[in-house]
Design a protein around this ligand. Structure first.
Ligand code: FAD
Length: 432
């Protein structure tokens, strides 16, 4: 058995990297578990992704964290975006809300659980290194421009996963003379006024940004390889295209042999996991977006006093964050014992093997959940003896599946109300 961090005389100390949706709940649950916890946030305020700012990188090395754009409304209803112990206010009538409303919710969560004194804003974690018995964490205080090490027993990595664009390498990109960007830096549609725009990717961002940009643009081409064609007829000036074969000086040739010219290309092709502050001896590698070796997609097998919160995608984000935190805390506080390293590795290999055997997974999808998420929640709950996500949240989530692609014109008018742990109302009608 791996030696678990047993309770000792002094309070065990937790370092949380980031104060977005995941970091706030790691902080709150750690404090409630009786640990001494601090969340370091490099930004000027809490909220991460949900902070809208038109600030752009100043140079090639500068980084803007949030991918938030003007006019975004959530693609999940607020009824599943709350924490299990802190829901959105019922006074908000809409289910699909603005980024500002989400940000306000996160602020009220922090206030409600009195997290403020435990959050250090404008403090950036720049290096995390394991020592024999603890973690050495170097923190750069932006206010004083000083950098000092602090020592912790546990580390929660909650740095967010929507900052480093994943750009495909398409033939001829270097020849293309128009404007080229990734959705990470998309802010307002007016930049595309009367222009022709190629949008690549029909995931939640690609679909939603197409619907924003087409209002200002002369024409939008939406290039994707979805097996089922999404409905874009209601948008009017949008044409769907196959994947790009190669770019030309002022446009592209597509795989179906057609060609178009356009002024802008926007890649809505997703993001890469990056952990720039973790030193190599932390023992974590990211290969083709597969973060490894992790036990149950969160505990660092090589240094099991470190956990990553929120890597799985196609999930119920806030609920999975909370669950992963409660799961890991059972081990961090010594209430549950971790299996031996070999067993964790064997379980990881088994799961990955099953994913490969399905034929539809590759490394890039190693943390994709979708239909698997429900088994994952059951497993975490059973193994750590923690509360599972309530059935009503799971049912509601199932009701929302893929609507942001296939019912983009109507789905945000739906209004949900949670009746009890099992049932919800959809537009006033009971659904179970
Ligand atoms: P973030 O919100 O990114 O927070 C990470 C924090 O860590 C940031 O504040 C950052 O400044 C800080 N940080 C990073 N590195 C360091 C460091 N070294 N030191 C100190 N601090 C650091 N989810 C939904 O549930 N519903 C939606 O409708 C939805 N829409 C989305 C739309 C867009 C455009 C995007 C990009 C995402 C959307 N998501 C949505 C997913 C959303 O990002 C997650 O739900 C959630 O907000 C992620 O929280 P997080 O804490 O993991 O990351």
């Amino acid at each position: 058995m791996i030696k678990n961090p047993n309770p000792v005389d002094r309070k065990r100390r937790v370092c949380v990297i980031g104060a977005g949706t995941a970091g706030l709940c790691a902080l709150k649950n750690s404090l409630e578990a009786g640990l001494e916890a601090v969340a370091y946030e490099r930004g000027r305020e809490i909220g991460g992704t949900w902070i809208f700012s038109e600030e752009m990188p100043k140079n090639d090395y500068d980084e803007v964290h949030s991918s938030m754009y003007e006019g975004l409304r959530t693609n999940l209803p607020k009824e599943v975006m709350g924490y299990p112990d802190y829901a959105y206010d019922n006074d908000i009538e809409d289910s699909f809300i603005t980024s500002h409303q989400v940000l306000n919710f996160l602020r009220s969560y922090a206030e409600h659980f009195k997290l403020g004194p435990h959050i250090k804003l404008q403090h950036e974690v720049i290096r995390v290194r394991p020592r024999l018995d603890d973690w050495e964490v170097y923190i750069w205080d932006h206010n004083t421009n000083t950098c000092d090490p602090v020592y912790y027993d546990f580390v929660y990595v909650c740095n967010g996963h929507y900052t480093e664009p994943d750009m495909p390498d398409v033939e001829g990109m270097d020849l293309y003379e128009g404007k080229l960007m990734h959705s990470h830096l998309y802010r307002t549609a007016d930049k595309f006024k009367d222009d022709k725009v190629l949008i690549i990717g029909a995931g939640p961002s690609g679909m939603d940004i197409t619907n924003h940009v087409r209002v200002e643009a002369k024409h939008v081409y939406l290039s994707h390889h979805l097996a089922t064609t999404p409905n874009t007829a209601f948008m009017g000036n949008v044409t769907q295209k196959t994947d790009v074969e190669r770019f030309t000086k002022n446009g592209a040739l597509f795989k179906d042999g057609s060609s178009e010219s356009f002024d802008h290309v926007m890649f809505c092709t997703g993001y890469k996991y990056t952990f720039p502050c973790l030193s190599t001896d932390v023992g974590i590698q990211v290969i083709d977006n597969f973060v490894q070796p992790l036990w149950k997609h969160c505990i660092n097998i090589n240094n099991p006093t470190m956990a990553f919160i929120g890597l799985p995608f196609n999930v119920i984000p806030t609920h999975i964050f909370d669950m992963q935190v409660r799961f890991t805390l059972k081990f961090f506080t010594g209430q549950r014992e971790l299996p031996p390293r070999e067993q964790m590795i064997a379980e990881l290999e088994k799961e990955i093997g099953q994913r490969w055997d399905c034929g539809v997974y590759n490394r890039k999808k190693a943390h994709q959940m979708g239909e698997r998420q429900f088994d994952y929640y059951n497993e975490l709950a059973r193994m750590a003896g923690i509360d599972n996500i309530k059935p009503v949240i799971l049912k509601l989530m199932k009701d929302c599946g893929k609507k942001y692609i296939f019912e983009l014109d109507t789905y945000r008018t739906n209004r949900y109300t949670i009746v009890d742990d099992e049932n919800f109302l959809k537009n006033g009608k009971i659904t179970n």
